[in-house]
Write a protein that binds this ligand. Structure first.
Ligand code: NAP
Length: 255
């Protein structure tokens, strides 16, 4: 049975990915930072789909904890076939670009970009070893970035910078790991209904109804899960360094 580590999978998009990957036959390491009850619920949801689930508390902002999280995942299932870098945060306060603070910048960048950069580095090294040992056939990587990777939002600049950085992280690891046959791809979710976006629901409801996204509905965690499962099932193994928009068509320029 292949195994996946999905960071930040106790709630929201990460949980949707965990469930879709479980449906695709993956054992799942559920990761969370603070909400243990949500993590337990997500693990039960995976098990109800017929595969194994383990839970690990780890803060991906802390590089040592990220490394330990990868190692614990491999210990738990004896292998790691897929890493999904999903954990991420929005700025605590949406502040105008001319007033935003270095503390907020540092927190968002450390969680969304710096932590995943070194977590991916460690997972890549472990997967190269596992492939050489015959434990896995292929290592796959998914990076959950955002439409914010290319959309300027002046009330959360640090978030946009972190997500744009994830696009380059994807391309760098895609290039480096290509010689091992490991695909590294990015999913760019649009506006997805989770706790993260619940605070802007009243703002986005009318915008979506008015056609901000050509498909006029909120995205759901399941929408992202299905895309991740397609990658996890190997349907895109000859695709690497690519960005998959799962956004109801938001990415199109329209006139
Ligand atoms: P969410 O509902 O706030 O869930 C975040 C998840 O990440 C939770 O499981 C949380 O665990 C975990 N987490 C947060 N900080 C962490 C850390 N430092 N280390 C480990 N786990 C951590 O968020 P979401 O909307 O599902 O977003 C998931 C990802 O998709 C993020 O990278 C986000 O930027 C991206 N995204 C979201 C949207 C959207 O519209 N929602 C759109 C584009 C991209 P705890 O509960 O224990 O803290």
């Amino acid at each position: 049975m292949p195994a996946a580590l999905v960071t930040g999978s106790s709630r929201g998009i990460g949980r949707g990915i965990a469930y879709a990957l479980a449906d695709a036959g993956y054992d799942i390491m559920i990761n969370y930072t603070s909400n243990e009850a949500a993590a337990a619920e997500a693990a039960d949801g995976v098990r109800a789909r017929g595969t194994r689930a383990e839970i690990a508390q780890a803060n991906v902002t802390d590089i040592d904890q990220g490394i330990e999280l990868v190692d614990r995942s491999i210990e738990a299932f004896g292998r790691l076939d897929l890493l999904v870098n999903n954990a991420g945060i929005a700025p605590r306060v949406r502040a105008d670009l001319l007033e935003a603070t270095p503390d907020s910048y540092d927190e968002v960048m450390a969680t969304n970009l710096r932590g995943p950069y070194f977590l991916t580095q460690h997972a890549a090294n472990r997967m190269i070893e596992m492939k050489a040992a015959g434990t896995i056939d292929i290592g796959r990587f998914i990076v959950i970035s955002s439409i914010s990777a290319y959309t300027a939002s002046i009330s959360r600049g640090e978030y946009c910078v972190s997500k744009a950085g994830l696009t380059m992280l994807t391309r760098l690891f895609a290039d480096r790991l290509a010689e091992h046959g490991f695909p590294v791809n990015e999913i760019q979710p649009g506006i997805i209904a989770t706790d993260l976006t619940s605070v802007v629901k009243d703002k986005y409801d009318p915008l979506i109804a008015d056609g901000l996204t050509p498909i006029r509905r909120w995205g759901q965690p399941e929408d992202i899960g299905k895309a991740a499962a397609a990658i996890g099932l190997g349907y895109f193994d000859f695709t690497t360094g690519a960005a998959f928009p799962v956004d109801g068509g938001f990415h199109m320029r329209r006139l």
